[in-house]
Design a protein around this ligand. Structure first.
Ligand code: ADP
Ligand code: MG
Length: 271
């Protein structure tokens, strides 16, 4: 079952076995953020997670990435327990997480350079991903010279450039205006259709959760647990016509009802 580090670093879409979360619990002092969390994301599957503010979505995602350790249970990605951040698992943050002193191109190349790739080669590969997220022409700009949408494109390109088998997204479009958000959702779906991987998509947008996910997990309670899982059997590729379909509307209203119910019974630090 054990795999070497080099094998692990070569893990990409083709070898991916997805990610599995087993009996996960996390405490901060006496406060149990969540417990008994169990789910699996297949190698070509998108799972959305919604739930009230403060219910532990970001904490869960950090456990999946290995940035923090759970107090109970384990996370298995590509057959190996996650104990620290690693190349096969990429993360995209809501606040973009770009280095202000690096150009867009160098931000995108960053993950590759960290893995030990020579700068020239990393930049060459990064420029492909810059093109993929439609940022060509802006390679030399610094983050403060880019709009929010462009910064998040760079954040996405940086995550994709390492060819992760698991992509974790923490409300990636939450800071964007409504039109840019919609545009980015459809662009991300197109990118994923061409190169699918396991994706966990945390969002507070119910429409966004249904549009992206093969399933939607509704998190909440005291402490948080998986309150409901809603299957989203909408065909892919998905686009604007998906959102207009009656099936979509029915699913979003189901998820909405679950979120409203769970909100009433969740410890929230909403302010
Ligand atoms: N480093 C930390 N130390 C103590 N409490 C934390 C820490 N990080 C998060 N929390 C608490 O854990 C709970 C879940 O937070 P978070 O995962 O950020 O929720 P969400 O992303 O769903 O809004 C909140 O009550 C938050 O205050
Ligand atoms: Mg959060």
């Amino acid at each position: 079952m054990e795999r070497s580090v080099s094998e692990l670093e070569n893990a990409s879409h083709s070898t991916s076995r997805g990610i599995r979360v087993e009996n996960l619990a996390k405490y901060y002092g006496d406060h149990c953020v969540f417990k008994d969390i169990n789910f699996e994301i297949g190698p070509r599957e998108i799972v959305s997670v919604v739930g009230p503010s403060g219910c532990g979505k970001t904490t869960l995602l950090r456990c999946l990435n290995g940035l923090i350790q759970p107090d109970e249970g384990q996370v298995i990605a590509d057959g190996l327990q996650v104990s620290s951040p690693r190349p096969g698992i990429a993360i995209v943050f809501q606040d973009f997480g770009l280095f202000p002193w690096k150009t867009a191109l160098d931000n995108v190349a960053y993950g590759l350079v960290v893995q030990g790739m020579k700068k020239d080669k990393a930049r060459k590969i990064a420029s492909n991903y810059v093109n993929m997220v439609a940022l060509e022409g802006f390679e030399d700009r610094y983050p403060h010279q880019l709009s929010g949408g462009m910064q998040q494109r760079a954040g996405l390109a940086r995550a994709l450039a390492v060819e992760p088998s698991v992509l974790l997204m923490d409300e990636p479009f939450g800071a964007l205006d409504a039109q840019t958000r919609e545009l980015m959702q459809f662009e991300l779906l197109q990118i994923w259709d061409k190169n699918p991987m396991s994706m966990l998509f945390v969002t507070h947008g119910i429409d966004e959760a249904v549009l992206m996910g093969d399933r939607v997990i509704v998190l909440g309670g005291k402490p948080s647990g998986i309150y409901r899982e809603v299957d989203v059997p909408l065909p892919r590729p998905r686009d604007a016509s998906t959102v207009a379909s009656p099936e979509f509307q029915e699913l979003r209203s189901q998820v909405w009802d679950h979120v409203m119910t769970v909100r009433r019974n969740t410890s929230s630090d909403e302010n």
